[in-house]
Design a protein around this ligand. Structure first.
Ligand code: AP5
Length: 224
């Protein structure tokens, strides 16, 4: 299955993508995670992307496209993938289609995670991320067992620099500017499944897994 996750910042794309990837045995590709890794390692891409990210703006398409093309050369994507954070606009959606068509593949399913603004702000302003393994926690909703320490790998938990209220609001505006066209693009192809993502993470995941299973049956395969 080749699955794309759309949704505003804080809708739970990363949280659900990780669980879905585990449940389906597929790689989770997060453009946000790859960019943050580049920022941490101070690569040329990271140095160029950092300012855009900290301001809540999209990193220019040409930088992200090159990064995505490099990721899709790795053989683990051949059996399917969960793509989180890409595409963010029609241009990126067309680039993705181009990469996939060169590999004789196409998207099977696009989840559109819907979440209200107050919930988004509450979630993001309390989010904690592990520096080592990238796991997500939340100060109140999903607190780690030990304060400041990742349950999975004992790495240090930190707050993302773009998770302050002002930048969250900017990210939401950027998302709203682009999303309608993107949803129409995938709706026209019959790929969109809307998910109410305000509820408990486990319930959201259950609904997504059920839809994946339905679509794979419809497409005639559980793996491809
Ligand atoms: P990216 O990292 O993709 O950030 P985002 O889209 O803003 O999304 P988030 O990671 O903030 O939210 P999420 O939906 O994944 O929520 P999460 O699961 O973490 O991108 C960051 C930046 O990189 C962009 O602003 C841009 O600059 C750049 N970028 C990335 N991709 C790009 C692209 N393609 N083109 C150009 N630029 C790009 O959940 C949030 C919190 O809520 C967590 O604490 C979690 O524990 C909690 N939570 C999640 N689900 C639930 C639930 N159901 N109930 C309770 N709490 C929950």
């Amino acid at each position: 299955m080749r699955i794309v996750l759309l949704g505003p910042p804080g809708a739970g794309k990363g949280t659900q993508a990780k669980q879905l990837a585990k449940a389906l045995g597929l790689p989770h590709i997060s453009t946000g995670d790859i960019l943050r890794q580049n920022v941490t390692e101070a690569t040329d891409l990271g140095k160029e992307a950092k300012d855009y990210m900290n301001k809540g703006l999209l990193v220019p398409d040409e930088l992200v496209t090159k990064m995505l093309s490099d990721r899709f050369v790795k053989p683990d994507v051949n059996g399917g993938f969960i793509l989180d954070g890409y595409p963010r606009n029609i241009n990126q959606a067309k680039v993705l289609d181009g990469i996939l068509s060169g590999m004789k593949m196409k998207i099977d399913l696009v989840f559109d995670l819907d979440c209200s603004e107050p919930v988004i702000i509450q979630r993001l302003s309390g989010r904690l991320v592990c520096r080592k393994c990238g796991a997500n926690f939340h100060k109140n909703n999903m607190p780690p067992k030990k304060e400041g320490v990742c349950d999975n790998c004992a790495g240090e938990l930190y707050q993302r620099p773009d998770d302050n209220v002002e930048t969250i609001k900017k990210r939401l505006l950027v998302y709203k500017d682009e999303v309608a066209g993107l949803i129409k693009y995938y709706q026209d192809q019959g790929l969109i499944q809307k998910i109410k993502a305000d509820g408990q993470a486990e319930i959201v995941l259950k609904e997504m897994v059920a839809l994946v299973s339905l679509v794979s049956k419809k497409n005639g395969s559980s793996k491809d």
